[in-house]
Design a protein around this ligand. Structure first.
Ligand SMILES: [Zn+2]
Length: 372
């Protein structure tokens, strides 16, 4: 169960400032947490952090990465009226932007702003029915001209994130009409994919605290720049040279109105997901079977899913001479917006599943994954 210390870590990690290319803050938070549980903590030169826990053997090397960048924005101009235009860092749906608070990091500190556009009252009737596109929006920081905005420290290239703070809520769980205990729902930004980095850190912590025997060396990683094209995964794989990879990600929870099961099959609260296909990778089939078998043997709930997007594993599985990889996800509602929701039971079951799989990844098993 996630204790107070790990919940505080999740809160700090998701609240902190770190869009793609600006991940120093989340990297430092992860380092501060994992240092005492790792044999070694180090980084590459693109900002990704690795934390190593040696078991009874140097090899196989098991990489367990989660990316720490979050979707955000970058200031593209400061106009004469004191408003900021922006480009996106990662994918944003125009419809979730208007009226939202953001934080702009400037040379003089962090300031608040709101994303706005020409008000509907002033639009012709037919325009009002259309989605306002990002390029018609601006960030209002309360300035009335360019000089005021400049005096606040704003310049082109400043990073921007959604303003949103972490909270939790307890609920009683019902399944098929029956009471099934309780769950804690985490609400906040940046679960994509700081929940993955959180799981990786908790795996290393548990291996260390419970002195769990494992026939390999596990390297947890907090990777950078995933949302802009899996860039940190490339340098991480170069440094780590993994023999096998269990990539941690969010999965798109499909249990919200309007989504058909064939579009997104996973549900919040029904266990971690094992991705059987995404647009960046077909997972190693032996590894998928091993993860499914491990979940069933240990009675860990799991869901099979397919996602039409890419993950760090898309790059890592092609690194070196190839690296058998699979993606394990925590189903999360409303990703790539200001606020997502996930089940802590799913996150905890994800830790359990990774730990059980890690125990089984010895030299022979890993070599067998790529035998022809
Ligand atoms: Zn992600």
């Amino acid at each position: 169960m996630a204790d107070q210390q790990s919940m505080k870590f999740l809160e700090d990690l998701t609240n902190c400032f770190g869009p793609s290319g600006f991940e120093r803050e989340p990297a430092r938070i992860v380092r501060g947490y994992v240092a005492r549980y790792s044999d070694q903590v180090y980084s590459d030169r693109l900002g990704s952090l690795m934390f190593r826990k040696k078991g009874s053997s140097d090899s196989p090397v098991v990489l367990v990465p989660g990316h720490i960048d979050e979707v955000g924005f970058i200031v593209s101009s400061v106009n004469k009226l004191g408003f900021l235009t922006f480009n996106t860092l990662g994918g944003w749906f125009d419809q979730v932007l208007l009226g939202q608070r953001v934080l702009v990091r400037t040379s003089k500190g962090t300031i608040s702003g709101v994303i706005a556009a020409k008000p509907p009252h002033l639009l012709p009737a037919d325009e009002r029915k259309k989605v306002v596109e990002k390029n018609k929006m601006f960030i209002d920081i309360g300035a009335s001209n360019e000089e005021e905005a400049r005096a606040m420290g704003v310049r082109v290239g400043n990073p921007v994130i959604p303003e949103s703070s972490f909270s939790v809520m307890k609920k009683t769980v019902f399944k098929e009409g029956k009471r099934k205990g309780s769950d804690t729902i985490a609400i906040g930004k940046a679960f994509d994919d700081r929940i993955g980095a959180w799981v990786a850190a908790e795996v290393i912590r548990t291996l260390s605290e419970k002195k769990i025997k494992h026939p390999n060396t596990v390297i947890g990683a907090a990777t950078t720049q995933e949302e802009v094209g899996l860039r940190g995964a490339r340098t991480t794989a170069f440094v780590v040279k993994p023999d096998v990879c269990l990539t941690l990600e969010v999965d798109i929870a499909g249990d919200v109105p309007g989504i058909e099961p064939h579009e997104a099959a996973s549900k919040m609260g029904y266990g971690p997901t094992i991705t059987t296909w995404d647009s960046s990778m077909i997972p190693n089939q032996g590894l998928v079977d091993l993860v499914i078998g491990t979940a069933e043997k240990n009675k860990i709930p799991y869901q099979l899913s397919q996602v039409s997007g890419g993950t760090d594993a898309g790059i890592i599985h092609m690194s070196n001479a190839g690296c058998p990889s699979v993606v394990i996800g925590v189903p999360t509602r409303h990703i790539h917006s200001h606020v997502g929701l996930l089940s802590m039971a799913d996150a905890e079951n994800c830790i359990r599943l990774i730990l059980e799989v890690v125990k089984r990844l010895d030299k022979k098993t890993v070599a067998g994954l790529t035998e022809i």
